[in-house]
Design a protein around this ligand. Sequence first.
Ligand SMILES: NC(=O)C1=CN([C@@H]2O[C@H](COP(=O)(O)OP(=O)(O)OC[C@H]3O[C@@H](n4cnc5c(N)ncnc54)[C@H](O)[C@@H]3O)[C@@H](O)[C@H]2O)C=CC1
Ligand SMILES: O=C([O-])CC(=O)C(=O)O
Length: 327
Amino acid sequence: MPKVAVLGAAGQIGSPLSLLLKMSPLVTELSLYDIVHAPGVAIDLNHIDTPSKVTGFLPDNDGLKKALAGADIVVISAGIARKPGMTRDDLFKVNAGVIQNLVIEIAKTCPNAFVLIITNPVNSTLPIAVETLKKHNVFNPAKVFGVTTLDVVRASTFVQQVLDLPDPKALKIPVVGGHSGATILPLLSQCVPAVKLTEEKRDAVTYRVQFGGDEIVQAKAGAGSATTCMAYAGFRFVSSILKAMGSESKVIEETYLYLPGVPGGKEIAAELSVDYFAVPVEFGRAGAVKAYPLGPLSGYETKLLKVAVEELKRNVSKGVSFALAGL
Ligand SMILES: NC(=O)C1=CN([C@@H]2O[C@H](COP(=O)(O)OP(=O)(O)OC[C@H]3O[C@@H](n4cnc5c(N)ncnc54)[C@H](O)[C@@H]3O)[C@@H](O)[C@H]2O)C=CC1
Ligand SMILES: O=C([O-])CC(=O)C(=O)O
């Protein structure tokens, strides 16, 4: 039965995400790691009356290795978050090294685990994780992802709000690309069921999905960025993987991934001329089984796609260069 490890578990995302995982009947064992407070967070969660067992580790006494031992899924939200005036790319300096060091230990201790990266800038931290796993000869493209679920959650929520519809969950809107500003591309033209948006509303919703993170950073005024909605989105993504691991039915979620390693992905990468992109991905027992193409885009979306790809290429190569230099 699945063991999930959360790295960065004492943080503003890690704690509520761990709470949601503790509530899930799909999780048997939860191990929490952070450079501070993780054992306390674990004891706290262990007073909840669900069967899963929670253990917390700090860096001393091989804590990271112990946290990762036997993990089936590792979720990483370790690192620093934005303050007003910062871009996600400004987090690179600190978070690139954090991801690289954590992933080196994953490569040694639980090389077959799913690795889900929440830590920003996701556009670059995922390539760092992939290059690090490749270097250790344990990269499985079906199991390593950047978590972009919050963008998908935002797209349906913001369309529901602008059209005053009853239920955001009833709207399925693919969000492709990366996870920052112009690299995020909500495909509103593919909304199921279809919605009618004036150009003005289309532009406003698209902008809000792309820059929704800024809304929260500004409102929190120095106290952090998206946390509870991210914990919700991260839990949705982990749950989808757990469901796919345990059943025959297909599960589809958008996620940012190394396309050439997944069936269907090579063609998308060749068409976009970028190896990393979020697309709808089908999951099975052993991870990603198929990457779906973007499908028909409106003229408006085609223009935005060009901008997204150019920016994303720079973010990817920054991550790859960092990883290769440090390995
Ligand atoms: N992918 C996405 O959609 C989103 C990503 N994020 C990103 O998630 C990350 C975490 O955000 P928050 O939880 O709000 O930040 P936070 O500062 O509250 O928590 C981060 C935690 O990481 C820990 N940490 C730092 N270095 C570590 C290391 N080397 N090993 C283990 N733990 C370490 C810290 O002690 C802290 O507890 C940020 O990079 C943020 O930008 C945030 C929202 C959405
Ligand atoms: O904006 C940030 O820094 C946090 C984030 O990734 C988001 O809210 O999408």
